[in-house]
Design a protein around this ligand. Structure first.
Ligand code: IPM
Ligand code: MG
Length: 363
């Protein structure tokens, strides 16, 4: 099983290193090969997604990805910015289905900014369409306005669009996922204003006819943003477009205590996948050894489950994460009085120890 390891920028290198250590103690026939991506790749090879990195990712069964982005690259022209690496990988590998689970672990109920009773036991799954919408729609650019409020003025524009097959396939993914869980899908749209999302709603409703055992509700995105902080446990599976999914998944992550806990999987039609933490490169804390590696470690577990068909190994990793939380290990983002504050490396050590069956001792 070939895994392309792309650590990227900022805390990416630190957290991916811990996930790699975890994978290595599982004693599976994994072939890991590392390549630069993002700002690091631009600095080394002049492009955020070099041909060699893309080839490696395309040939692999799965990609383990850290994070990309750093303020120092924000002034580059768009095609050379670190973010283009992740967008390019999604596009070239056809990774249209993005799974972002938001699970509130019992030990972290108090780390959430919401009242504990609102988030205790939370287990929702956001399924974000990842290769369409205003993120990739053409045309886009800058031009001189010919109409609108200020004809003759400089303006910028993007195109929001979804085709029927794009909506159908992500709807199938959502209904099938819901079948394995709470059997409820909330499709999030903005059908009251946008043509694209009226179409989205219509097509999701059509696909639903094939899943009579799953309940479907429709919700406008503004209301969904509100319900997520009002009564998040009412959701089971949320399916939505690329941009709404970007925003709602960050919001949902905060329900769980820390975005540092949230893994993600992005799959294509062949079950090839890219696995990355839901958080970014956090340049403000990079190099300090304090980033939470658990989201990346849990992403590696999703990789074992979804792309490598190793459900037992995935269970071992997820159980190890639960064990270290139960033992009181906390990186600063999830730390609270009375628990044991550790850095990135020590958290990785603790997970490795829990997997290999060694007793976890608080150093
Ligand atoms: C995410 C990120 C990316 C996105 C950025 C880095 C391009 O925010 O994965 O949610 O907007 O999709
Ligand atoms: Mg985002």
């Amino acid at each position: 099983m070939k895994i392309a390891v792309l650590p990227g920028d900022g805390i990416g290198t630190e957290i991916v290193a811990e996930a790699v250590r975890v994978l290595n103690v599982l004693e599976l026939p994994l072939e890991l090969e590392q390549a630069p991506v993002g700002g690091a790749a631009y600095a080394a090879l002049g492009h955020p997604l070099p041909e060699s990195t893309l080839k490696l990712a395309q040939a692999a069964d799965a990609v383990l990805f850290g994070a990309v982005g750093d303020w120092k690259y924000d002034t580059l022209e768009r095609s050379l910015r670190p973010e283009q690496a992740i967008l390019g990988l999604r596009k070239h590998l056809g990774l249209f289905a993005n799974f972002r689970p938001a699970i509130c672990y019992p030990q972290l109920t108090h780390a959430s900014s919401l009242k504990p009773e609102l988030v205790a036991g939370l287990d929702i799954l956001i399924i974000r369409e990842l290769t369409g919408d205003i993120y990739f729609g053409q045309p886009r650019g800058r031009r001189t306005a010919v109409d609108g409020h200020f004809p003759g003025a400089e303006e910028a524009f993007d195109t929001m669009r979804y085709s029927r097959p794009e909506i159908e396939r992500i709807a199938h993914v959502a209904f099938q996922a819901a079948r394995q869980r709470g059997k409820k899908v909330t499709s999030v749209d903005k059908a009251n204003v946008l043509e694209t999302f009226q179409f989205w709603k219509d097509v999701v409703t059509e696909v639903h006819a094939q899943y009579p055992d799953v309940a479907l509700e429709h919700m406008y995105v503004d209301n969904a943003a509100m319900q997520l902080v009002k009564a998040p446990k009412k959701f089971d599976v949320i399916v939505t477009g690329n941009m709404f999914g970007d925003i709602l998944s960050d919001e949902a992550s905060m329900l769980t205590g820390s975005i540092g806990m949230l893994p993600s999987a992005s799959l294509n039609a062949k079950n090839q996948g890219l696995y990355e933490p839901s958080h970014g490169s956090a340049p403000d804390i990079a190099g300090q050894g304090i980033a939470n590696p658990l989201a990346t470690i849990l992403s590696a577990a999703m990789m074992l489950r979804f792309s490598l068909q190793q459900p037992e190994a995935a269970d071992r990793v997820e159980n190890a994460v639960r064990a270290v939380l139960a033992a009181g290990y906390r990186t600063p983002d999830i730390w609270s009085e009375g628990t044991h504050k550790v850095g990135t490396r020590e958290m990785g050590d603790a997970v490795v120890a829990a997997i290999t069956g060694k007793t976890i001792t608080k150093s």
